[in-house]
Write a protein that binds this ligand. Structure first.
Ligand code: PSV
Ligand code: MN
Ligand code: MN
Length: 388
């Protein structure tokens, strides 16, 4: 078995936030398949998310999406989550499903539309305060489909103004993360298409604004770990939305499509201090489970992150530094690959048991009877997102 003693502290600190929307029914524009046991309320989504933490010890927080997860009493929701053993994590805004925002939200040329979008975000900040959430995540569908359709420059200026208003509403211990995505639903231009644009916008705001990197939001072949390195170097990587992509924004299980890429990303996270004590880098899943079971899908996902993190922490840094200094190209690559090829699964099973967790979280969940219970109890579960 691999010796984990040198990396135990960092492994213990690993926490991966799960999204409330992963537990609802989701699909493609072709079909949304109903799944047995699907949550009917936010509370049921939180209960399901709590199973992921119970079996893995890795997922202590649940992200909300507003208005999908709107409730009357957020303080009560916070207590409900605490009783279930989890916290409320990132609050995600939504300006992509209302008719008002057909031609843009925070970037719109009409001040009235921008006002509505800013107010929505300020409401999200209030929800953060009531739930104890520390992060506001902004992903915008804003963009255009045809050259000439709108003034891209005006929209960047409007975005800067809108973000500044939202930023001013944050408390000292709250942050905003701005997510980028290169296309979809807009196909000609997107207003926050890349890390550079997100960086330029958040850098103008201050320390409480950072970039959110969604692994699925890049063109094929993009060197994502380079972006991770650069943003950490600049002190501006706020959070990850983890998922896997084969083609575009597939939102599949993280580490499923390309485990090696996840390993490379985690080596840069380690290199950049993202797992050090006091780091404010937040790791999240942003996934949908269209055909597979949702709770086991989430358990598999956090375990994938844990496995690749352990491998990244096991890179022999001394040997790597020596090979690099000697310009030993193949030697350096071998050190790197040795860590990637190390099977940490048996060791992590033992590590879990030593912390009172099940050695095999997937099997423990299957044996727990929770799925049978919710299948019997819940009828008419919710789609992950209304109208989608
Ligand atoms: C849309 O692309 C998206 O998947 C973004 O990644 C957001 O983070 C997510 O929806 C939830 O709003
Ligand atoms: Mn995302
Ligand atoms: Mn996405």
């Amino acid at each position: 078995m691999t010796d984990l003693s040198a990396i135990e502290k960092q492994l213990d600190r690993l926490a991966i936030e799960v999204p409330s929307w992963a537990y609802g029914n989701s699909g493609t524009r072709f079909k949304v398949f109903a799944t047995e046991g699907t949550p009917r309320t936010v509370e049921e989504k939180i209960s399901d998310a709590a199973q992921v933490n119970k079996t893995t010890g890795l997922a202590p927080a649940v992200a909300l999406h507003i208005p999908w997860d709107k409730v009357d009493d957020y303080a009560a929701l916070r207590r409900f989550a605490a009783d279930a053993g989890v916290e409320i994590g990132t609050v995600n805004s939504n300006t992509f499903q209302a008719d008002t925002y057909k031609f843009g939200s925070l970037t719109h040329h009409d001040p009235a539309v921008r006002r509505a979008a800013v107010e929505h975000h300020l409401e999200c900040v209030e929800i953060m305060t009531a739930t104890g959430s520390k992060d506001l995540k902004i992903w915008l569908a804003d963009g255009t489909n045809y050259p000439g359709q709108q003034d891209m420059r005006q929209r960047q200026d409007a975005l800067a103004e809108s973000l500044a208003e939202i930023y001013a509403g944050l408390a000292d211990d709250q942050r905003m993360v701005l997510e980028y995505k290169f296309f979809e639903p807009a196909f000609y231009h997107t207003d926050v298409p890349d890390w550079g644009t997100s960086y330029a916008q958040v850098a103008a705001l201050g320390d409480k604004a950072k970039v959110c990197l969604d692994t699925g939001h890049h063109a094929p072949g993009t060197n994502i770990e380079f972006i991770v390195m650069q943003l950490l170097r600049l002190g501006k990587l706020g959070s990850f939305d983890f998922n896997s992509r084969f083609y575009a924004d597939d939102d599949l299980i993280v580490g499923a499509a390309d485990p090696f890429q996840l390993f490379r990303i985690m080596t840069e996270v380690v290199r950049g201090g993202g797992l050090d004590e006091g780091s404010d880098l937040s790791l999240m899943l942003d996934q949908c489970h269209n055909v597979e079971e949702k709770i086991p899908g989430q358990i598999r996902s956090v375990l994938n992150v844990q496995e690749m993190t352990a491998r990244a922490l096991l890179v022999d840094q001394e040997a790597l530094a020596a090979a690099r200094t000697a310009n030993d190209v193949l030697g350096a690559n071998e050190v790197f690959m040795d860590a990637f090829y190390t099977d940490v699964r048996p060791t992590l099973a033992a590590w879990r048991e030593s912390r009172g967790l099940p050695a095999d979280p997937m099997a423990a969940y299957a044996a727990s009877g929770y799925q049978q219970k919710i299948n019997a109890e819940r009828q008419g579960g919710q789609q992950a997102s209304w109208g989608a």
